[in-house]
Design a protein. Structure first.
Length: 601
């Protein structure tokens, strides 16, 4: 018994009926009430008269002839028995809590990995069988873990609600936030709108979470989307005056100048503060992929697709081609399809076909399939050029992917790629193929090289045209990413004086070299650099792409597949929230809530 419990018992005994010493030995205090050690009955009001009456009417006849020593021993025995019973029930409650918490943790893992709810029963079967072999004495404990399909469903609902509550608490601390929006259809052709929020706190802690998955029952106009976004923000407690920017994939119902979602969002913000301007960005990855259309290499892609389809569309051809590759002991043992929807697919397929061109030519000759382009030097030169350029585009694409990238980092990668295009264009013009290794293998003519140089120039121009939205905030991005080298003249007027103070501080200059941007700006004193901190928050919180939305849509396609097409919108939303969240569920709070629920029933 703890010291606190002993003190409470002593205090209780001091209050017990002092004139009737027998009553003193038969009662103890439990949760503020007197409990009879003999029959276990509780006396609601701890008063002398109540205790005496209970003893006289129910137990006096049995204990009236005992001596004081016998009464004390009997009292100790009865108290020890009560404590043993209480310990048993406490142990039983602890065991139940452990089983409940295990149920929540395993349900969380099931949702995190997009597994069916019914897999809980399979997991439990594995646990029980393993316990029977490894620790038979614990088998019964594992059997008590509730993991039926209905239980897992409830657990996942509770976990998703817990994560949303934690996100709501985090939202209250945001100084600024931005949104990433994208809309797509699931396997049942139901439009689903994903809204991701990225917020930054006064200490420059960034939170990036799924704000909502809204199911669009009817049309998906700008008005419909705005209604859903507004409802999402109200539910989470996001304030319009703290919205810094919105990033989309550029579809018309989102970006329409007159009735699109972004126009309505800007109007909403302007109503509240005429000086507040939102930063609207078109997904950098999406725009970069669209830029390759200016290369005009369809005549290469069409032939490559025809070759791949000839080999892969017939099972016999495919088996024989794989056997040929094994016979030649090539590096690649198969060839894949090109999928237009997948961003990296084209470059990989072109490279694979180029590496296997000799084997493909041999296979086509054996099959009597005439592919005249494989013998055409000009076409092969175009093919080699396409391989090199798409490899560079894929390299940029891979660097732009990832969660948590800052917009200035992505912009720097795009600018570096544009400089590469200019550099390679000038090299091709001067007949230098140092960095075009595939093209170097075919030794193209001077006219071809001049044409390829122009194509790279056109690609550079397309990049420059499509990324105009980034140029509007380029100076501010540069000021935040390189505050000690940026021009004060190009900075916003409210930060110019602070920027001079910053650039003149040698200590801060050394700190900037050794710290991350978030740590550096967090260390700046609010009283000295309030505007610099605010501008940094606005830039660092922006989404540079809708990559996280695309990634979640891929997860949605896997989760709500044709085998689970009846999954409800609420359950799909819960699964996506759990599988994308970096927040750890509060399992202890969930178990306590379950205790209260069980008690109420």
């Amino acid at each position: 018994m703890s010291a606190h419990a002993k003190k409470r018992k002593v205090d209780a005994e001091c209050r017990v009926f002092n004139k009737n010493w027998t009553a003193k030995y038969l009662f103890t205090e439990v949760r503020g009430k007197a409990v009879c050690l003999v029959c276990g009955e509780q006396i609601a009001v701890f008063k002398d008269y109540n205790l005496s009456r209970h003893y006289e009417t129910k137990h006096a006849e049995k204990y009236k002839n005992l001596t004081e020593a016998e009464k004390a021993r009997t009292s100790e025995a009865l108290l020890a028995k009560l404590q043993t019973q209480q310990g048993f029930f406490a142990k039983l409650q602890t065991s139940r809590d452990a089983a409940t918490k295990t149920s929540f943790i395993l349900s969380h893992k099931i949702a995190k990995n997009s597994k069916p709810f019914s897999d809980g029963e399979f997991v439990k079967e594995c646990l029980v069988d393993s316990a029977a072999l490894i620790c038979p004495e614990k088998k019964e404990a594992f059997e008590q873990v509730p993991l039926s399909r209905r239980t897992v469903t409830r657990r996942i609902e509770d976990i998703a609600h817990n994560l949303e509550l934690q996100l709501q608490r985090d939202v209250g601390r945001f100084d600024f936030f931005s949104l990433a929006l994208d809309e797509s259809c699931d396997v049942r052709d139901k439009a689903q709108l994903l809204v991701f929020v990225r917020g930054i706190t006064p200490d420059f802690k960034i939170t990036e979470e799924l704000a909502a998955m809204q199911s669009m029952k009817g049309t998906t106009t700008g008005s419909d989307l705005f209604t859903e976004v507004n409802a999402c923000m109200d539910r989470l407690g996001l304030k319009w005056d703290r919205l810094a920017g919105v990033t989309t994939d550029g579809c018309p119902n989102l970006t329409g100048k007159n009735v699109g979602l972004l126009k309505r969002m800007q109007d909403k913000v302007t109503e509240m503060d005429a000086d507040q301007k939102l930063v609207f960005l078109h997904c950098i990855i999406h725009q970069h992929v669209l830029c390759k259309s200016v290369l005009k290499i369809n005549h290469v892609i069409d032939v490559v697709s025809k070759i791949v389809n000839f080999i892969r569309s017939r099972a016999l051809n495919h088996r024989q081609f794989v056997a040929l590759l094994e016979e030649h002991e090539t590096e690649h043992r198969d060839i894949g399809y090109h999928t237009a929807v997948r961003w990296l697919s084209l470059g990989k397929v072109l490279k694979r076909v180029w590496d296997l061109k000799a084997e493909i030519r041999e296979f086509c000759e054996e099959k009597g399939k005439d592919i005249p382009e494989l013998s055409d030097e000009d076409w092969m030169a175009d093919f080699a050029f396409a391989v090199d350029v798409t490899a560079l585009i894929n390299e940029l694409n891979t660097k732009l992917q990832g969660k948590g990238l800052f917009v200035h980092e992505m912009h720097s990668l795009v600018k570096a790629f544009m400089r590469k295009m200019q550099f390679l264009s000038s090299q091709l013009e001067s007949k230098t193929l140092t960095h075009m290794q595939t093209l170097k293998e075919v030794a193209p003519s001077a006219d071809r090289l001049s044409r390829y140089s122009s194509m790279l120039g056109a690609l550079h121009g397309e990049f420059s045209r499509r990324f105009e939205d980034l140029r509007t905030i380029e100076d501010e991005m540069h000021m935040i990413s390189s505050p000690f080298t940026c021009s004060v003249d190009n900075a916003a007027s409210d930060v110019q004086l602070e920027l001079i103070d910053l650039q003149s501080d040698a200590v801060l200059a050394e700190q900037f070299k050794s710290k991350s941007l978030l740590d550096f700006y967090s260390s700046l004193k609010e009283e000295n650099f309030p505007n610099m901190r605010r501008h940094a928050q606005k830039m660092l919180v922006l989404f540079g792409s809708t990559y996280i939305c695309e990634q979640t849509f891929s997860m949605m396609k896997f989760t709500k597949s044709r085998y689970r097409s009846s999954l409800t919108d609420d359950h799909l939303s819960a699964l996506l929230r759990i599988s994308t969240s970096d927040i750890q569920p509060d399992f202890d709070a969930l178990v306590k809530a379950q205790q209260r629920l069980d008690f109420s029933h």
